[in-house]
Design a protein around this ligand. Structure first.
Ligand code: HEC
Length: 242
């Protein structure tokens, strides 16, 4: 009798799908090291029998910028899931976007840092995708031009100057857009910032005290598109001030 039960439980647990392909999922370092994937992937696998493992160069990827489906957010960054047309990958995406998937993401208590949020205003996310191209350029420009003083996002979390407000904090201000549009005229920036065709050249008596920030108005537009996107969705969790 006991033997029969054992056989039965073996067949029940060893469902055939486990032996099928494993889907790899790659993620940015800050997500990979947060422990989130170790929390959600086994839960998805248990439910569906589809095995997903964290893996560099996986068939599916999480990225900190569009394209893809926005699936969760942390510290002002919205993470997008990119999949290819395959039923199992679609199943994973649908699960992440479902109430159960979202609850699973939000129930994860990271050993360090803020929790992940999975509640989005879909309308706001549509706006984000509209400015997609520029926002991606804006992210690069923000990191290269502003990132030596400002924490722009998780990518340069360790590099900002402590006394300088992070972009996430600035973005939370109701008049963030005016401030960014005029940043080159607001201290301390005029001393080191030149915008082609907008600002006067530095006077020879007062050269820039530091390596200057040089950019065009298009660059500033791209930065605005990026800043608009970093928090356009209702992230549903309080901003983390550092
Ligand atoms: C050399 C350091 C440095 C660089 C580079 C820098 N900033 Fe700043 N920024 C600061 C500091 C410091 C403050 C805070 C000023 C204050 O609190 O009075 C600030 C404040 C701001 C503010 C808020 C201004 C206000 O008065 O409300 C905006 C917007 C801003 N920065 C945008 C940018 C953008 C965009 C870039 C890149 C194109 C950039 N900054 C590059 C140091 C820098």
């Amino acid at each position: 009798m006991r033997f029969v039960l054992l056989c039965l439980s073996l067949t029940l647990t060893a469902t055939p799908s486990w032996s099928q392909e494993t889907l790899g999922l790659s993620a940015p370092e800050e997500v990979a090291s947060s422990g989130l994937l170790q929390h959600i992937l086994p839960r998805f696998s248990l439910k569906t029998g589809i095995r997903v493992i964290a893996e560099e160069n996986g068939v599916m990827s999480l990225t900190s910028a569009p394209p893809g489906d926005p699936v969760f957010a942390r510290d002002g960054t919205i993470y997008h899931l990119r999949i290819t047309d395959a039923p199992k990958q679609e199943r994973f995406r649908d699960w992440l976007l479902s109430d159960i998937g979202k609850r699973t993401v939000e129930s994860f208590a990271p050993p360090q840092g803020a929790p992940f949020s999975a509640s989005f205003e879909t309308a706001a996310v549509d706006d984000v995708q509209e400015v997609e191209g520029d926002a991606a350029l804006g992210q690069d420009l923000s990191l290269s031009l502003c990132g030596r003083c400002h924490v722009v996002g998780p990518q340069n979390r360790m590099n900002g100057l402590g006394s300088t407000p992070s972009f996430a904090v600035l973005r939370a201000m109701p008049d963030w857009s005016e401030r960014f549009q005029a940043f080159f005229a607001l201290n301390p920036h005029p001393a080191f910032t030149q915008i082609d065709g907008v600002t006067e050249p530095f006077s020879p008596e007062r050269p820039s005290p530091i390596h200057p920030v040089r950019m065009s108005l298009e660059d500033l537009e791209a930065i605005l598109a990026f800043v608009a996107a970093i928090n356009a969705a209702d992230l549903g969790a309080p901003l983390q001030f550092q």
